[in-house]
Ligand binder design. Structure first.
Ligand code: PMP
Length: 357
């Protein structure tokens, strides 16, 4: 017995975990600073923690009312109809739903390189093929309409990450619109705004008022601090929003996730603290790190440090876990998630010491 041919699939490489690194180096997990997975250094909103605790008592029932309530709240927030909000098991789950809804076997998608690995993985799971548009370090990973259109060849889905992981750059709304205008009618432009809260820029969701070829991904994993509960969503055009009923995995957004998400949405203070600290940390890293960086609109900064795997290993021995960007095809870069002020200062100081050696 064998699974189908999975040779084109790559395994997802997550940032390293605190427990894993603590065991490897015999360090107390409490002494480690993890800035490798773009998580929220302040944890979840306390309101979400309370709501999840309370929802635990309903864990024996499938999530129905909570799903409806969260969808309605998000629809109001974004000024769309509830049916246009496709809740999912993380933003990753929303990527799967869009691939399921769009791709026939053999259809091709266009993804950024370097970029978020799950776009290609999800498309391949759905029997799609993957082409890449290169982003170049030499021009600062510029995210312009032409960067994408010069590689476009009639693909079914074009993925735009804005803010982009790992460079931190973003597309202007004009660029997104230009790409949607210039691509074929059957091409979906999928704008991934997983880091949207950290960008001082409007969401592409406003484009859905007039278009049926743009969808936007958002998540509770970053600014809302709920990466562990797995909750994200796509906002899709009204014209084909009803496809959700035919592609979604039943109840993939759990009772705990939906109740936690609803509570997190009402906790503006937590999101504001997270976003403000991130803005401070980005500036701190640009100003104090002894390595070239790129301007970031997300909760992380990419830095050019030379041999990234050796540098991350050395920094890790000093108790700071950073993301080696070799798996993104950037073997001379590391990505630092914006931590609390103390965590960020410590990461920059340890990294500078390693770079000075
Ligand atoms: N898009 C991008 C660009 C990401 O970096 C991530 C998180 N790693 C996601 C989407 C998905 O995040 P989640 O599934 O946790 O919502």
């Amino acid at each position: 017995m064998e699974p189908r041919d999975l040779s084109a699939q790559v395994a997802y490489q997550a940032g390293r975990g605190i427990e894993e690194v603590a065991r490897e180096h015999g360090i107390d997990p409490g002494d480690l600073v993890k800035l490798a997975s773009n998580e929220n250094p302040f944890g979840p909103s306390p309101a979400a923690v309370d709501a999840i605790r309370e929802a635990a008592g309903n864990a024996s029932s499938y999530p129905k009312a909570s799903h409806t309530d969260l969808t309605a709240e998000l629809a109001e927030r974004w000024n769309v109809k509830p049916a246009q909000v496709w809740l999912a098991n993380g933003g990753d789950g929303a990527l799967d739903y869009l691939a399921r809804a769009m791709l026939d076997p053999g259809d091709t998608v266009l993804v950024p390189k370097p970029g978020f690995a799950y776009y290609g993985m999800s498309a391949r799971y759905h029997h799609g093929e993957v082409r890449e548009y290169p982003l170049s370090k030499d021009d600062g990973f510029a995210l312009a309409a032409d960067t994408v259109l010069s590689e476009y060849d009639g693909e079914r889905i074009v993925y735009l990450t804005s803010p982009h992981n790992p460079s931190g750059g973003r597309f202007s709304l004009d660029a997104v619109e230009a790409i949607a205008n210039e691509t074929d009618d059957w091409t979906l432009v999928l704008v991934d705004e997983a880091y949207g809260e950290y960008a001082d820029a409007p969401s592409a969701i406003s484009l859905l008022d007039d278009r049926d070829d743009v969808a936007v991904l958002r998540t509770f994993s970053k600014a809302f601090g709920l990466a562990g509960v797995r909750l994200g969503y796509a906002v899709v055009p009204d014209d084909w929003a009803d496809a959700y009923a035919r592609v979604n995995t039943p109840f993939a957004a759990s009772e705990l996730a939906c109740r936690g998400g609803l509570a997190a949405l009402s906790d503006d203070e937590h999101v504001e603290k997270s976003v403000e600290t991130t803005r401070w940390a980005r500036e701190y890293i640009y100003d104090h790190l002894d390595a070239p960086t790129w301007e970031s609109h997300g909760n992380f900064v990419l830095a050019e440090v030379g041999a990234a795997s050796a540098v991350t290993a050395a920094v890790q021995e000093r108790g700071v876990i950073l993301r080696d960007c070799t798996s993104f095809g950037l073997p001379d870069c590391v990505r630092l998630t914006c931590g609390t002020r103390d965590e960020t200062r410590r990461a920059v100081s340890e990294l500078n010491e390693v770079l000075a050696e």
